[in-house]
Design a protein around this ligand. Structure first.
Ligand SMILES: [Zn+2]
Length: 304
């Protein structure tokens, strides 16, 4: 008899869910607006409605939820989710839990992406991997020795808030020189605007970089060095074997062409190593799939 789990990816504007069976096969996938502007009860009603619709009558044994920030069960709050202030207020998860018939596991959305991408392209090949989401912010999840490494508070792997310059650019987190303050989509836009006086999306700045426009060249020449430095810090600290890059800003080809050689040149220790920078292969389904894996682990159908 088949067994079923649901994964949920809760974002700032939409919520997505998928139904999987014990073989990790996706049987249904649906989305709807999350509507955080309409309050906590509305968000929970949207999630519960979506779960019921996605399950379609299947007996769901566990539910995994990926959210921005780090969930604290003690405070029933998501910490470090500045782009979704509602989720930083207490009560959302407990309200959701009380509306579900199955156990709920909550995890940071970048950790969900890390899990899904790890099983999609690394498992069996690389055992220790950092997965980074580069978009509105810079989130990350860490797999060490084939296990999701959360740390005691769920904060492990947050490379986006490690600094490459103590007097560097101010970050939304209050510190200076964080990776996110240089490499997130909005940060790339701000850095270009400071040089060129024009605010553009990363894709449009990249088109100008390819055309040889000096300000765009400056932004991306610096960006590949900054990314390599950040990744090297992580690899040197944790002996990682690969880095996976996902999120809206990960589509620019230069990260995969220019960062790996710089990274290889910055590694400490065992000589001759290369650490590949791999493009995420699951697109925007990684978050919801990783959330479903959490539920499958809860059902003792997966180990990580
Ligand atoms: Zn920061």
């Amino acid at each position: 008899m088949s067994r079923y789990a649901v994964g949920i990816d809760l974002g700032g504007t939409k919520v997505e869910a998928c139904l999987v069976d014990e073989t990790r096969r996706v049987l249904a996938r649906k989305r709807r607006p999350s509507e955080p502007g309409l309050g906590r009860e509305r968000v929970v009603a949207n999630i519960l409605g979506l779960v019921a619709e996605t399950a379609g009558g299947a007996r769901v044994e566990a539910v995994g939820l990926g959210t921005p920030g780090t969930y604290s069960a003690a405070d029933d709050i998501m910490y470090g989710a500045p782009h979704t202030p509602l989720y930083e207020k207490p009560g959302l998860v407990s309200l959701l839990r009380s509306g579900l018939a199955a156990p709920l596991v909550v995890e940071n959305d970048a950790n969900c992406l890390a899990l899904a991408e790890f099983f999609a392209q690394c498992h069996g090949r690389y055992s220790s991997v950092l997965a980074v989401i580069l978009g509105t912010g810079m989130g990350a999840g860490l797999i060490l020795d084939n296990r999701l490494h959360r740390g005691p508070h769920g904060n492990a792997g947050e490379i986006g808030h490690t600094s490459i310059a103590i007097d560097g650019r101010p970050c939304e987190c209050g510190r200076h020189g964080c990776g996110e303050a240089y490499l997130s989509g909005p940060s790339l836009g701000r850095r270009y605007a400071e040089l060129a006086g024009e605010t553009l999306t990363p894709d449009r700045i990249y088109a100008r970089y390819e055309a040889g426009e000096p300000s765009a060249l400056r932004v991306f020449d610096d960006s590949v060095r900054i990314m390599a430095e950040l990744f090297a810090n992580c690899v040197n600290a944790l002996d990682l074997e690969a880095v996976v890059l996902g999120g809206g800003v990960s589509n620019l080809p230069l990260w995969y062409e220019r960062v790996p050689p710089l990274l290889a040149g910055a590694l400490f220790g065992t000589p001759g190593r290369t650490v590949p920078v791999l493009k995420a292969v699951l697109g925007d389904s990684a978050g919801v799939l990783g959330a479903a894996y959490l539920a499958l682990r809860e059902m003792r159908l997966m180990t990580f």
